[in-house]
Write a protein that binds this ligand. Structure first.
Ligand SMILES: [Fe+2]
Ligand SMILES: [Fe+2]
Length: 245
């Protein structure tokens, strides 16, 4: 869907009252409101509750692929796309390129906090174990320098989290564990190719990675979300984020 089509779809959806009631999940509002309190509900006007496709979102194909999620649910995607292109340019293996492409999938479409863990879990059934391992552990490694590959603690983190931010003990433990692991460099290379300030004038298309995705991502025949894998429900939540149950 082009930007214009997206804008038109959004406008169309806005112009018509939602005919289903949407109750936001606790995680969307916790903090802005006390999660222990009952959720405010609209008056009972006979409307039904949302149980599927939300008309405010672009509709996804019946058997969605990874490409479809990139197109209809993730954004902005230039950061991971540029990271993957940089990785390719740096001559790393295809598995690392795929890991770079998917490393922030949770941030782009699901949940920010602990995004390395969520992202790894999401893609785990469909990629080589080394790829999901790398994605999982970039969460901790990004906070620690490795001079041997020229990775420094990101300056942007000083700005974002303050000069005195110190990763919690559980992150430090995860870092130490990853540092001694045989796949350490896979995860480390994600952080090395993780562009913190990317060039807004460069536009990378997902199609550049069609072959690599084809070779290293096992697209389920039933579509992501309907294949009964251990993370199928997570894909469905991304597809239908406002379902009541
Ligand atoms: Fe990340
Ligand atoms: Fe990143």
């Amino acid at each position: 869907m082009t930007t214009l089509q997206q804008a038109e779809a959004a406008e169309h959806a806005l112009s018509q009252e939602l005919d289903r009631i949407v109750v936001k999940s606790t995680i969307y509002t916790s903090g802005e409101r006390d999660p222990r309190l009952p959720v405010p509900r609209p008056p009972d006007d006979g409307r039904l509750y949302m149980m599927g496709h939300d008309p405010r979102l672009p509709r996804m194909p019946d058997k969605p692929t990874l490409f479809d999620y990139f197109t209809y649910r993730l954004g902005p995607t230039q950061h991971p796309l540029q990271s993957a292109r940089l990785a390719l340019k740096n001559g790393v293996g295809e598995k690392v390129v795929l890991a770079c492409l998917l490393h922030d999938i949770a941030v782009a479409g699901f949940i920010r906090g602990d995004h390395g863990y969520w992202g790894a879990q999401l893609v785990e059934p469909y990629v080589d174990e080394e790829v999901s391992w790398g994605i999982r552990h970039h969460q901790a490694l990004r906070f620690y320098a490795d001079e041997s590959v020229g990775y420094q603690y990101p300056e942007s983190y000083v700005k974002l989290f303050g000069a005195d931010y110190k990763p919690e003990p559980y992150i430090e433990r995860a870092y130490k564990y990853a540092r001694d692991h045989k796949w350490y460099m896979t995860s480390r290379l994600i952080t090395v190719n993780d562009l913190y300030s990317f060039d807004p004038t460069v536009k990378v298309e997902l199609e550049e990675f069609t072959d690599i995705i084809g070779r290293h991502f096992r697209q389920p025949e039933e579509g992501l979300g309907f294949d009964a894998s251990p993370s199928a429900h997570m894909w469905r939540t991304i597809m239908w984020p406002t379902r009541y149950l």
